[in-house]
Design a protein around this ligand. Structure first.
Ligand code: FES
Length: 127
């Protein structure tokens, strides 16, 4: 009987330790993932781009100068950084406002998908 209890106790202890390790590993992995962007607009921004000029498109959604970066990611979305790009020539462009396009920085119509349509729109706080 004592041997049986010992084996059961050993299995229970092993299971408990394994669960604790898995939880710790999942927490560690989750803390290293970059944050998800917020959605400042569910429509693209029409902009006049100047050829040869360097732009920084906001990827986190926290910028108050949409669709461009104002540095907000440094405090509100650490792990995300702006996408820098230089258009070859002057052009009118539609830059993504929902921050979920698959061809950044340009709108690809992703904002029409249900997960964006039903998502909350980000509201800037004063802080
Ligand atoms: S605004 Fe993001 S894909 Fe159109």
């Amino acid at each position: 009987m004592n041997v049986l209890l010992t084996k059961l106790e050993h299995r229970w202890m092993s299971f408990t330790l394994r669960q604790a390790r898995m939880t710790a590993a999942a927490k560690a992995q989750a803390s290293t993932l970059p944050p998800e962007p917020v959605i400042p607009s569910k429509k693209p921004f029409k902009v006049e781009l100047v050829g040869g000029k360097r732009y920084s498109w906001c990827t986190c959604g926290h910028s108050k100068k949409q669709p461009f970066c104002d540095g907000a990611h440094k405090t509100k979305a650490q792990g995300l950084s702006p996408l820098r790009f230089v258009p070859e020539k002057d052009a009118t462009a539609w830059l993504c406002g929902c921050k979920h396009t698959n061809s950044p920085p340009y709108c690809d119509g992703t904002h029409k998908q249900d997960f964006i349509v039903s998502a909350p729109l980000h509201q800037h706080s004063d802080s």
